[in-house]
Design a binder for this molecule. Structure first.
Ligand code: CTP
Ligand code: MG
Length: 250
């Protein structure tokens, strides 16, 4: 542990967890955060990982007003969970969570669909952000060769297949994960400004970048996957079971 975190060892953080998506790409009969792994919902796994971290006091959960599942989970009675209304896009859900934050200086945001987050990676993120007095995100360098795609001529393109337009230099490309950590006032301002300008925001970092503020890339474990497509569920189960063997708390 570095000095920055030693100094702030007792500091407690709030994590906003956007969990109001429908999980369209998962092709399941319920929103993906309510699918189960080892008899626990993905949402339970994720929130338990967060609340069992020594520096995390509360989780603000953005849940859709039309959600029929949350009330059936064990999370509903947890005094350390604050429920807020989710919005149309992920960013709206995050903003709704931010509006429920009172006097915190820093905030973390973590996808409900990333149950394999480890305490060690959360430590790394907090330490780096503190040490540099800067926002930051967990991320990993791209390992595959990257191609830019373009359409094949419409008349010969029966299956909407794409073709390669060019190979991109991957040496400076990273995958963005969560948690992402920022100062509350900066993140609020960044999201509000981006929304005013009608910009598309897929993660908090992209809003903060548009404001010209720095965002650290903190190298994280590649098993911190976002469950997105059906095949990811079995992978997440595998990683969670592996992590149990590594004695990572869940
Ligand atoms: N999310 C949210 N509010 C929305 C959309 C998404 O809180 N309006 C949350 C999701 O519940 C998820 C996280 O943002 O925890 C990351 O989004 P993603 O993986 O895209 O989830 P979904 O939007 O549910 O999935 P899909 O895009 O396949 O529909
Ligand atoms: Mg989505």
């Amino acid at each position: 542990m570095n000095n920055a975190l030693l100094l702030e060892k007792k500091q407690q953080f709030i994590v906003i967890v956007p969990a109001a998506g429908i999980g369209k790409r998962m092709l399941a009969s319920c929103p993906k955060q309510y699918l189960t792994i080892n008899n626990k919902t993905i949402l339970n796994h994720t929130v338990n990982r967060l609340l069992s971290h020594k520096n995390i006091a509360k989780v603000i959960l953005a849940i859709s007003d039309n959600d029929d599942y949350f009330s059936q989970t064990t999370l509903v009675d947890n005094p350390n969970i604050i429920r807020v209304s989710g919005g149309k896009e992920r960013v709206d859900s995050v903003l709704s969570g931010l509006q429920a934050v009172n006097d915190a200086k820093w905030i973390l945001v973590h996808d409900a669909a990333r149950p394999c987050i480890t305490h060690n990676d959360i430590d790394k993120l907090i330490e780096q952000c503190f040490a540099n007095n800067s926002g930051g995100i967990l991320a990993a360098p791209v390992v595959d060769t990257m191609k830019r795609a373009c359409q094949i001529n419409a008349h010969e393109n029966i299956n909407e297949t794409m073709k390669v337009s060019e190979t991109i230099d991957r040496s400076s490309l990273w995958h963005a994960f969560t948690p992402q950590m920022f100062k509350v006032n900066e993140l609020k301002q960044a999201i509000e400004q981006a929304q005013k300008k009608g910009l598309v925001i897929t993660d908090e970092a992209s809003a903060v970048e548009q404001l010209g503020l720095p965002c650290l890339l903190v190298s994280g474990r590649r098993d911190n996957i976002k469950i997105t497509r059906p095949e990811d569920l079995v992978l997440a189960e595998f990683y969670l079971n592996q992590q149990k063997l590594e004695q990572i708390k869940g």
